[in-house]
Design a protein around this ligand. Structure first.
Ligand SMILES: NC(=O)c1ccc[n+]([C@@H]2O[C@H](COP(=O)([O-])OP(=O)(O)OC[C@H]3O[C@@H](n4cnc5c(N)ncnc54)[C@H](O)[C@@H]3O)[C@@H](O)[C@H]2O)c1
Length: 264
């Protein structure tokens, strides 16, 4: 099935969503998907240039379906506690609600532990893991009041080791536990779920060599990279009423990567 065959419904009409790392890849695709389904989407990213393009794309996705969605850019370093206080004020003073938080921004510094600097270790923990804690700390009140939901982006690296990713893998594993813990803490008002992507062709793959790309494709049972929109579809499911009895769950979106011996 191609993207153009997807039939969209206004599942998020009148709702407000916030997506981090929305300037690119999975976050940008999720913002467009939610806007197309009627959400007013706040796209947050530290890279203001890519954020502008993603806001335009989400805005035109919203116009294409006409379900009342919209898009707004929010420059934000997700590791910055003061930035989250600003986001909370913006939401309180503006729409006064938050239906879906997609905590998705991440960075990866590829070095084995003995070559990874302490600063790079801490920065990955801050951006990939602590940011979700900061977001929930700032927005739990709003989410609880609205009866909203949280979707966290983990990774198949939470389950399988690959060379040179000690901090990245540690943060992605911790996000699986954090998602379950948040589900326990914030039910019954807020549902919390985690998407676990495998190889998804996004700008994050720009510096990966062709042989390494081919090895990743061979490790999938679907024999291809995933599209960011295929992860966005899972995020939209978790955030929608279609998942009204789903919380503390994780959904692997990896084309079968994690079930093959080749990925080990
Ligand atoms: N692409 C894959 O194969 C893959 C696989 C597994 C998991 N993931 C996860 O999916 C998520 C999105 O990855 P992607 O492939 O779309 O990557 P990407 O590099 O295309 O997008 C990541 C975005 O996060 C933003 N970002 C980085 N640091 C930030 C910060 N401090 N504050 C705010 N924004 C920041 C970047 O500017 C970028 O726009 C990440 O959590 C990643 O770990 C991706």
């Amino acid at each position: 099935m191609s993207e153009s065959d997807t039939v969209l419904a206004p599942r998020f009409r009148g709702k407000v969503a916030l997506v981090t790392g929305a300037g690119s890849g999975i976050g940008a695709a999720t913002a467009s998907r939610l806007a197309a389904e009627g959400a007013h989407v706040l796209l947050a990213d530290v890279d203001e240039a890519s954020l502008g393009l993603a806001v335009e794309a989400a805005g035109s996705a919203a116009r294409a379906t006409g379900f009342g969605g919209g898009a707004e850019g929010l420059p934000l370093d997700v590791a910055d506690e003061a930035g989250w206080a600003r986001v909370a004020r913006h939401l309180e003073d503006g729409p006064g609600r938050l239906d879906l938080l997609h905590s998705n921004a991440a960075i990866a510094v590829i070095q084995p532990a003995d070559r990874l600097t302490v600063a790079d270790w801490h920065r990955q923990l801050d951006v990939n893991l602590t940011a979700t804690f900061l977001a929930v700390r700032a927005l739990a009140g709003l989410l609880t009041r609205t009866g909203g939901s949280i979707v966290i982006t983990s990774s198949v690296h939470a389950m399988r080791g690959l060379p040179g990713r000690p901090a990245y893998a540690a943060t992605k594993g911790a996000l699986l536990s954090l998602g379950r813990q948040l589900a326990a803490d914030y039910g019954p008002d807020v549902r919390v779920n985690t998407v676990v992507p495998g190889p998804i062709m996004s700008p994050a793959w720009a510096d990966v060599s062709e042989p390494d790309r081919e090895r990743s494709i061979r490790a999938t049972t679907l024999a291809r990279f995933g599209r960011p929109s295929e992860v966005a579809a899972a995020v939209a499911f978790f955030g929608s009423d279609d998942a009204s009895y789903v919380t503390g769950a994780s959904l692997v979106v990896d084309g079968g990567w994690s079930v093959t011996a080749d990925s080990a």
